[in-house]
Design a protein around this ligand. Structure first.
Ligand code: SAM
Length: 255
């Protein structure tokens, strides 16, 4: 998978050199490039923002540096130039992810969907965001997806990109050593994960649930499932409401 990130703070993305995502890059599973938006300005101060039309507080990111940065990325992507009438087929277009508190909420389902794509481009906004015309213009060459990390406001898109790249990247085959880890974790089956414990079995006068020492795989699986349901009901009742009847087994329904 190829990832491009455009930002006025390229150093922010250095964290993507670390840990499993950094290793995936070194192993060639992820090809990643960070572009400094200020490289596409023409003035001495390398200005990327201006006052908002209509007045109001804050500044808005100017359209031209964005267009030039995205054009450079687009033109270095085979098949995405839009040579055929109507532009390239949707599935061939790079996905332009625009972090925004006004976007669709990024979930594990979104991460799964995006992990299947060949090329993701992230446009990190700052100030009051990017001139809206950039998103309209970009639809000619990109599949544009304004995307929110959650219902709160950050200072810039970089932190959102770090979170999204990590969530997407770990789903790419080969990035996580044991793929079973991806099956048994929160949000893989619509529920939160069960509590986990490690050695020692007794720690500061606290033990662990007996069943985990039983060696009985069936009982352990049932205990874990019950704990998932209990934890999800108490912390995230909204997730329980979204479950379909087919998501529950006979023992779940009885509980
Ligand atoms: N004026 C914008 C609004 O009210 O929708 C908020 C702009 S925010 C201060 C600056 C940038 O931070 C945004 O352009 C976006 O890139 C990023 N950002 C802020 N909150 C975010 C969130 N919840 N999810 C993703 N990106 C966010």
């Amino acid at each position: 998978m190829r990832l491009d990130v455009v930002s006025i703070f390229p150093e922010y993305l250095a964290a993507l050199d670390l840990s499993l995502i950094g290793k995936a890059r070194r192993d060639g599973l992820l090809e990643m490039s960070v572009t400094d938006l200020r490289d596409f300005t023409a003035d001495r101060h390398r200005t990327v923002d201006d006052t908002p039309y209509g007045g109001g507080a804050g500044m808005v990111m100017k359209p031209e540096p964005w267009a030039q940065a995205l054009e450079q990325i687009r033109d270095s992507t085979p098949g995405s130039r839009g040579d055929q009438p109507g532009g390239p087929a949707r599935s061939q277009r790079p996905v332009l992810i625009v972090p925004s508190p006004a976007g669709e909420v990024f979930t594990q389902e979104t991460a799964r969907e995006l992990a299947e794509r060949d090329h993701l481009v992230f446009a990190c906004g700052r100030y009051e965001g990017i001139d809206e015309r950039v998103l309209e213009w970009a639809r000619e060459s990109f599949e544009v997806r304004p995307m929110s990390l959650g219902d709160y406001v950050l200072n810039g898109g970089e932190v959102a990109v770090l979170a999204m790249v990590e969530a997407i990247g770990r789903l790419i085959p080969g990035v996580i050593g044991n793929p079973q880890s991806l099956v048994e974790e929160s949000h893989s089956d619509g529920l939160l994960e069960y509590p986990v414990y490690t050695k020692p079995a007794s720690w500061r006068e606290r033990g662990i649930p007996e069943v985990l020492l039983s060696g009985h795989h069936g009982k352990i699986a049932r205990w874990r499932r019950d704990e998932q349901l209990r934890r999800t009901s108490s912390r995230r009742p909204d997730l329980i409401e979204r479950l379909q009847p087919a998501d529950l087994d006979a023992r779940d329904r009885a509980a």
